[in-house]
Structure formats: C-alpha cells, structure tokens
Design a protein around this ligand. Structure first.
Ligand SMILES: NC(=O)c1ccc[n+]([C@@H]2O[C@H](COP(=O)([O-])OP(=O)(O)OC[C@H]3O[C@@H](n4cnc5c(N)ncnc54)[C@H](O)[C@@H]3O)[C@@H](O)[C@H]2O)c1
Length: 381
C-alpha cells in the first residue's frame, strides 16, 4: 500500500444511505487535513440505473453503472463503497479486494457469519483497508465514553444495558423490501439495528462470550417475511464476566432513533441516547454521598473529532457527521499507507457471530456460546 493524495471512490448501491456517504466524501477533505486532498466521486452503480444517475446529478458522481463489477474492476476506482443490500456485500467486497481496491462496507457486514469470515480473509490477503460502517461508535460522545472507560476512570464495568430501538417498521404499511426477506437480510431487527448496539457493547466492554436471547414478531408481513424478527431481547455475558442486557427493535412506537446505553461501573457510570446525542450523562464521585448524581456533559472541546466540526460546546453535531468521521478513518489510513481503519471487517464478523448466537439461542432456548472467529488463513495453511 502506498500513500495517496488523490483517491477515486466508486459506490455500489445508491438507495437510502448512499446520500450520507456521498455527503461524507464531499466534506471529508475540508474537515480532515490528514485525509487526501482530492476525493473524486468516480462512479456509482445500482441495478436501478436511474437511481445511479440521479445520485450522480445530486452529488456529482461522474458516471453511472448498472453492474457492480464495473466498479470493483474499474481502472479509475481506488476505494469501493458498498451500500447495497446485505446479501451482496460479500461478493462485491471480495471482488473489489481481489482487484486491489480498498473497501468501505455498510453494516451488517454480511448476511451470514461464513460470508463475513470470507470477507475478513479476503481483506487479510489483499492488505487493503477494509472498514465496516458501524459509524455510531465514531460519534464523539461514544468515542469519548469509550476512551474514559478504557482509561479506568470509572473503574471496572459492572453492568451494561444497551438498546437500539426505532419505530419505522411499526407501521404495517411501511415497505420493508429486502429487509423483510431473511435470505437477503440474514436477520430482521436483530441484524439491521441490533448489530449497531452489539458493536457499541463490544467497544465499551469487550467481546461477548455468551447470549441468551429471544426473537419476536410484532407485525404480520405474511409468509415471505418468515423468520424476520421485529424485536430481540437478550442477556449477554462478556468475556471478562461483565453482565449485560441488549434490546433491539425497528417496530417499537415512540422510539425514533433511540440507540442508547447505561453502563454502570465500580466507581461511576455513563448514560447516553442518540435522541439526545449531543449530551452524555456522567456519574462520578463518592459512593457514600447520597446527593451525588449524574451530570450532563455537552459534546464539545477535548472530545474526539469535535473540534473539526464545531468551535464551542453546545453547537451540536448531527447524524451525517458520523459518516464524515467514519470515512476519514479509512481515507486517512490510505493516505499514510496504512490498512488499519476501525471499525474493521473483523468487528463486522464479531457482531455477525453474536447475531448468529442470538438466533441459535432463540430457537434452541437458553444460553449459547458465541462462536469464536476462525483463525484467518487456517483453511489454506
Ligand atoms: N450505517 C447505518 O446506520 C445504515 C443506515 C441505513 C442502511 N445501512 C445499510 O446500508 C445498506 C443499504 O441500505 P439502504 O437503506 O440504503 O437500502 P436501499 O434498499 O434503500 O438501497 C439499496 C440500493 O441497492 C440497490 N441494489 C440492490 N441490489 C444491487 C446489486 N446487486 N448491485 C447494485 N445495486 C443493488 C437497490 O436498487 C437500491 O437502490 C444495507 O446493508 C443497510 O443495512 C446502514
């Protein structure tokens, strides 16, 4: 890998989330001096050619394609950004890596742990950047909490409660498209939204060793949606024995984008919800002082990335900024000749293994072990 001051991006899948990615590529160089100076929006592909053309007109993608191989194998593309439905991620990413491209791939990494592992192996063999867009974890409030927890400021974690609750699917009339077809999605709300909070749980408390989970259907979508969950509730045990509870749903009314957690540690704790994403509740101080409670800290100076976006606390940042932060990690890594840009494909695989364990637990009943990731290269050694 060599450093680069000019990177050409090709995007595959130009649906709902592709706008946030396009905006990030437009703002990243101005926001991050360490990112390459010139980011070229070279090509966009979608099986719906009209969509690829429309995003080109909106954001300046230079050419529209229908076949993703016209991106993964293009001479004029350095980074392949995958925003297609989950079932296509593995084929596109592996082809791109095989053709020497760096890859930024939407979450969940794949629709099965086997596909996710094949992607991890392809990334290791190619020695290219391979990032999964678990971008909630790069949000300054969450990065800051992760730094504080890792520094030991709150002492050892005692209990993690985390949730990712939305309600867009509570309306039976909402068109779920591929998200309600198990073969294309791999899981329902558990994979779509649960994978985000599983990633946050891992970021704060380390790997999850065991789960005891349930899956529930809340909305009748007919036989084509068989196996698609609307809600998961799970108990988890982290590798170090820390206890946890995780919930995810896309159909819980009133929760619009409630990605939150409540982490209680030996010497303090933190609370957060995305719906008040510019605030973190922090608890510190003497356990014997009954008047001691949580205080509100606004996202601001001294927290990761914030100075790039706003000059004083309280101005606030927004959802799309996470994408600018996220892609900056990948593009800056490429600029300095590195392939390490978190969250990595290995993080995507780890989340996929927790999703898989939860599905097994829900069907078998009771606690199950989360499978350990296979050793990269072992099959071919
Ligand atoms: N990071 C996040 O918070 C976040 C948010 C939303 C979506 N996502 C992820 O992004 C991905 C896309 O989600 P979305 O909401 O944009 O979906 P979407 O259905 O709105 O868009 C998907 C697009 O991919 C196109 N497509 C389908 N098959 C294709 C193929 N074989 N080749 C090229 N294009 C193809 C479709 O025509 C459509 O335009 C999913 O993996 C999803 O989980 C992540």
């Amino acid at each position: 890998v060599t450093g680069a001051d000019r990177l050409r991006i090709g995007i595959v899948g130009t649906g709902a989330i592709a706008g946030a990615h396009s905006a990030a590529y437009r703002t990243v160089a101005g926001t991050y001096p360490e990112a390459p100076r010139s980011i070229v929006l070279a090509a966009a592909a979608d099986v719906d050619h009209g969509r690829a053309e429309a995003i080109g007109r909106a954001w300046g993608w230079e050419r529209a394609e229908t076949d993703w191989k016209a991106i993964t194998r293009a001479e004029d593309v350095d980074v392949v950004d995958i925003c297609a439905p989950n079932v296509f991620h593995a084929d596109i990413a592996i082809d791109a890596l095989t053709h020497g491209k760096h890859v930024i791939c939407e979450k969940p990494l794949a629709s099965s742990p086997a596909a996710a592992f094949a992607m991890v192996e392809a990334a290791a063999a190619a020695q290219r950047v391979a990032q999964v867009c678990f971008y909630y974890r790069v949000w300054p409030a969450i990065s800051w909490v992760a730094e504080m927890v890792a520094s030991g400021r709150f002492g050892r974690p005692r209990h993690f409660r985390g949730w990712m609750l939305q309600d867009y699917a509570a309306n039976p009339g909402h068109d779920m498209a591929w998200r309600a077809r198990l073969g294309e999605a791999g899981a329902g709300a558990l994979g779509d939204l649960g994978s985000h909070i599983i990633d946050i749980a891992r970021t704060l408390c380390g790997d999850i060793a065991q789960v005891c989970g349930t899956l529930h259907t809340l909305v009748d979508r007919g036989p084509t949606a068989a196996g698609i969950d609307d809600l998961t509730a799970m108990l988890v045990r982290f590798e170090d024995g820390t206890s946890g509870v995780i919930e995810a749903s896309w159909a819980l009314r009133g929760h619009h984008c409630d990605l939150g957690f409540d982490l209680v540690c030996e010497d303090g704790g933190v609370r957060f919800s995305w719906e008040r994403g510019n605030e973190v509740q922090v608890l510190e101080g003497d356990v014997a002082d009954a008047t001691n409670g949580y205080r509100t800290v606004l996202i601001g100076k001294g927290q990761p990335d914030v100075d790039r976006f706003v000059s004083v606390s309280g101005q606030g940042m927004g959802y799309r900024d996470t994408f600018t932060i996220g892609v900056s990690r990948s593009l800056s890594a490429i600029a300095r000749g590195d392939v390490d840009a978190a969250p990595t494909f290995a993080d995507g695989l780890a989340a996929a293994l927790v999703v898989d364990a939860t599905q097994r637990s829900a069907s078998e009943g009771g606690w199950v072990d989360v499978a350990r990731p296979p050793i990269v290269g072992a099959a071919t050694a």
